[in-house]
Design a protein around this ligand. Structure first.
Ligand SMILES: Cc1cc2nc3c(=O)[nH]c(=O)nc-3n(C[C@H](O)[C@H](O)[C@H](O)COP(=O)(O)O)c2cc1C
Length: 307
């Protein structure tokens, strides 16, 4: 049975995964936290927590709110900063078989470019995932990924600073996600991952105040799956580069839906927070499905739902 997928077919080095199951940024730490629990080398790839130029303490508490079938988070990109990633994490990753991608974030286009440049050539890092769902501080806080032009500017700046394959993580908080996808693909994205969280909020009725310290947060989990699936279907039909599906994937059946909607790989996110074994179960379930259906190669399933 062939499960491998190539996520950067146009890149000189490529980005070959042994299987299509990845972990989503911010929900699986740096991978190191789980290495004593599972054989993490079995995964297709690990995407680490969003990384910025300087370490960040993140937003005020509370930062998590449970909602019906979903989770609101406003972590505010708490992270150890790019230098600590290079010095402390990458040397561990360099000894792993599973490829690790560093998710990067910034407040300006230059921030993104500088983080990407710092990661270039570092052993243990197989690719960069650019989170364009961050507020553009110089443009009044609109997300870079909300508009094709600003999204493409970030991607072009990152591509100019790195020889690594670049995945671009789209935000659903935009009018026409396919338009943004086309723009980032033209700017050089090797693959597109999607979706990031949907903007939302919760109110503490007893206090009559917003529940989250940051007032708003990002919605994830099973609640967003149908939205994410539709967006993946739209984007996979609009671009040539591989699409990586993410949003509410909890079971193998969820993952197969995304693959049939056009995703070449998938990411498990919020499900890890209740069960860190979820990505392993998803992989096992995909294998079982293929065996039962007599499917030799995962490629036979990709995009099969398109009409
Ligand atoms: C607690 C938490 C932290 C997250 N941190 C990041 C991050 O640093 N960078 C990023 O691109 N996405 C981040 N995400 C978004 C996830 O990677 C994923 O795109 C989103 O949650 C949708 O997938 P899911 O429903 O499977 O969680 C975070 C999500 C959660 C729940």
């Amino acid at each position: 049975m062939k499960l491998s997928v190539e996520l950067a077919p146009k890149h000189h080095r490529g980005l070959l995964l042994s299987n299509p199951v990845m972990t989503a940024s911010g929900t699986f730490g740096y991978g190191t936290e789980y290495q004593h629990l599972f054989d993490i080398q079995e995964l297709g790839a690990i995407v680490c927590k969003g990384t910025t130029l300087e370490p960040r303490e993140g937003n005020p508490q509370p930062r998590l709110a449970e909602t019906a079938c979903g989770l609101l988070n406003s972590i505010g990109l708490q992270n150890i900063g790019v230098r600590a990633v290079i010095e402390e994490k990458a040397p561990v990753w360099a000894g792993w078989r599973v490829p690790v991608m560093v998710n990067i974030a910034g407040e300006t286009v230059d921030d993104y470019a500088e983080v990407a440049g710092a990661l270039d050539g570092v052993a243990g890092i197989s690719g960069i995932e650019v989170n364009i769902g961050c507020p553009n501080v110089k443009a009044g806080g609109a997300e870079f990924g909300a508009h094709p032009d600003s999204a493409a500017r970030v991607v072009a700046a990152v591509k100019a600073k790195t020889s690594l394959p670049v995945l671009v993580k789209l935000t659903p908080n935009t009018t026409d996600i396919a338009e943004v996808a086309v723009a980032v693909a033209e700017a050089g994205a090797d693959a597109i991952s999607m979706i990031n969280t949907l903007k939302g909020m919760a109110i503490d009725v007893a206090q009559r105040r917003p529940f989250l310290g940051n007032i708003t947060g990002g919605l994830s989990g099973p609640a967003i799956k149908p939205v994410a699936l539709y967006m993946v279907y739209e984007v996979a039909g609009a671009v040539e580069v591989p699409v990586i599906g993410c949003g509410g994937i909890t079971t193998a059946s969820d993952a197969l839906e995304f693959i049939m909607a056009g995703a070449s790989a998938i990411q498990v996110g919020t499900a890890n927070l209740t069960d860190p074994k979820a990505p392993f179960d998803v992989l096992e379930g995909i294998k079982q499905f293929m065996e039962k259906e007599g499917i030799e190669d995962i490629q036979e399933l990709i995009d099969t739902a398109r009409r």
